[in-house]
Design a protein. Sequence first.
Length: 99
Amino acid sequence: MTKKHFVSSRRAARARKNAKHTQADGVDFSDIPQSTDEELRRARRVGRPKSENAKQLIAIRISPRLLAQLRRLAAKRDKPYQTLIHELLEQATRKSKVA
């Protein structure tokens, strides 16, 4: 198991504080059967599928009041709030012709 390395020292300190340490030496793996070649061939990647239109993960700071308003608006429109924010940003850039 590889350790995650964080750029931010504050984030790294929080990760170290919250980490649950286990000793792999004390774990008995003897009752776990080996995977067969057929099982390995059928294995599929778990997680988000790769897409040509994949979005980039970013971090932005939004006031709690504005975020609450956006979440309420998204709930009224029955869609996830991040999707709503994306749509609003797309509309704003189209109107200002920044794209």
